[in-house]
Design a protein around this ligand. Sequence first.
Ligand SMILES: *[C@@H]1O[C@H](CO)[C@@H](O)[C@H](O)[C@H]1NC(C)=O
Ligand SMILES: *[C@@H]1O[C@H](CO)[C@@H](O)[C@H](O)[C@H]1NC(C)=O
Ligand SMILES: *[C@@H]1O[C@H](CO)[C@@H](O)[C@H](O)[C@H]1NC(C)=O
Ligand SMILES: *[C@@H]1O[C@H](CO)[C@@H](O)[C@H](O)[C@H]1NC(C)=O
Ligand SMILES: *[C@@H]1O[C@H](CO)[C@@H](O)[C@H](O)[C@H]1NC(C)=O
Ligand SMILES: *[C@@H]1O[C@H](CO)[C@@H](O)[C@H](O)[C@H]1NC(C)=O
Ligand SMILES: *[C@@H]1O[C@H](CO)[C@@H](O)[C@H](O)[C@H]1NC(C)=O
Ligand SMILES: *[C@@H]1O[C@H](CO)[C@@H](O)[C@H](O)[C@H]1NC(C)=O
Length: 415
Amino acid sequence: MTSTQFSQDHKIQFLFPIALASLLVLGAVRFCLDNLKSNQFHLLWQSGFSQIRFLRVPINVSADEVIEDGCNLFEGKWVWDNVSYPLYTEESCPYLVKQVTCQRNGRPDSFYQNWRWQPNGCKLPRYNALKMLEMLRDKRLMFVGDSLQRGMFESMVCLVQSAIPDGRKSLRRVPPRKIFTIEDFNATIEYYWAPFIIESISDHATNHTVLKRMVKLDSIEKHSKQWEGADILLFESYVWWMYKPFINATYGSPDNVREYNVTTAYRLALETWANWIESAINPRRQKVFFVTMSPTHLWDWEWKAGSDGNCFNETHPIEGSYWGTGSNLEIMGIVKEVTEKLQVSIRLLNITQLSEYRKDAHTSIFGERKGKLLTKEQRSDPKNFADCIHWCLPGVPDTWNEIFYAILLQDYRKH
Ligand SMILES: *[C@@H]1O[C@H](CO)[C@@H](O)[C@H](O)[C@H]1NC(C)=O
Ligand SMILES: *[C@@H]1O[C@H](CO)[C@@H](O)[C@H](O)[C@H]1NC(C)=O
Ligand SMILES: *[C@@H]1O[C@H](CO)[C@@H](O)[C@H](O)[C@H]1NC(C)=O
Ligand SMILES: *[C@@H]1O[C@H](CO)[C@@H](O)[C@H](O)[C@H]1NC(C)=O
Ligand SMILES: *[C@@H]1O[C@H](CO)[C@@H](O)[C@H](O)[C@H]1NC(C)=O
Ligand SMILES: *[C@@H]1O[C@H](CO)[C@@H](O)[C@H](O)[C@H]1NC(C)=O
Ligand SMILES: *[C@@H]1O[C@H](CO)[C@@H](O)[C@H](O)[C@H]1NC(C)=O
Ligand SMILES: *[C@@H]1O[C@H](CO)[C@@H](O)[C@H](O)[C@H]1NC(C)=O
């Protein structure tokens, strides 16, 4: 390894947050607008003009929806499929935030919407919104994490919402939560902002910055008491940890702030989370998933030797094997160790590898920064302004949810 390679490698892990630092500040303006929008839906729902109730129906899992035990859903390839995909459109889903609606924001190509994930050993069942709703009946499904997890939440809402008549669904904000209610199914799909899972000074739903971070490695209760009782929980936390090699944190005494190596801090945080899982989760009634890191595509020399751009202008997935250096293997190892040691069985949605291929699917310059769409000047400077962390919707997070759906369907079949 040459010394320049080494210095680049060293730069890698902790570089992407330079972009992040300003990306992850959400504006107050956006908050107001969103609130207004969700109030409209809320009113609609309150008026309750439709009395349609869905009948409780058993779900038929047909033979082609059965997945053989042992098929690894996370190993496979992307195949072009502009017949079945996308599963919804920006226009058909009113719940998407501006940050992810790349078409509306001016992205010229839409190829990124037309790829289907094909596992090597089996087929993913075709997504069926009514079956998903039936599996959510009388349940509370909750996504916990940062803005990437919010993308997965929004994708899930869009995937089910088309099957629910107008006026029978609503999206409310109860910061740091967002709650999508499906009255006729007595179900909610929720999102909870907790970028480190454990407590931190970045826990305010809209006023937070990655520039100043302080995590409380042994504290989780302020968050966890709002997760208690949720029937299905999905956790995710990664990118906020990766701003610098060290992070200010407390452990034990709340007054004793000191710098921790990020990997050490991540392990301690995950152990705090694991202790909560073991003390609070009833595995007979609740399901817990952990979503592995969502990859970034910040340095295109990683897939195109000699370049010095980023994901901007990419229109096709990477072919052949690929793993970007932004996805830290040590952190991956910690996730593996901590989750394997748990007494309560939880499941991994190991979406990192499949998403690694998708350099084409980020919001790039067709997203937001500090709560506002990029200006023309900013767009003309993709090197500094392209967002290669978040994903357009419809897009890659839909696939994460299709896999999640496939797993729930197999559970249902076997129960
Ligand atoms: C499931 O199959 C049964 C018997 O074939 C049928 O009566 C029922 O309507 C099906 N349910 C659904 C949700 O398709
Ligand atoms: C779908 O993709 C094929 C192959 O690239 C292309 O020939 C066809 O025009 C596309 N259809 C639509 C509706 O975009
Ligand atoms: C709604 O679901 C909850 C469980 O989440 C259950 O306790 C309650 O009885 C359900 N209500 C109705 C009307 O079925
Ligand atoms: C955001 O938080 C900072 C620091 O906690 C505070 O000084 C500032 O007033 C807050 N801004 C808003 C709009 O609430
Ligand atoms: C942090 O700790 C890990 C493992 O203990 C080590 O591999 C890594 O080099 C450390 N990082 C720094 C910046 O000291
Ligand atoms: C930790 O906090 C101190 C005091 O605010 C600050 O000087 C230092 O840069 C912080 N360390 C990190 C890694 O952010
Ligand atoms: C982006 O792609 C377009 C169309 O292929 C091309 O005209 C343009 O020069 C590219 N821009 C950059 C900065 O690579
Ligand atoms: C996730 O999958 C990758 C390979 O795709 C593997 O290297 C990694 O160990 C897996 N992570 C966990 C936590 O099992």
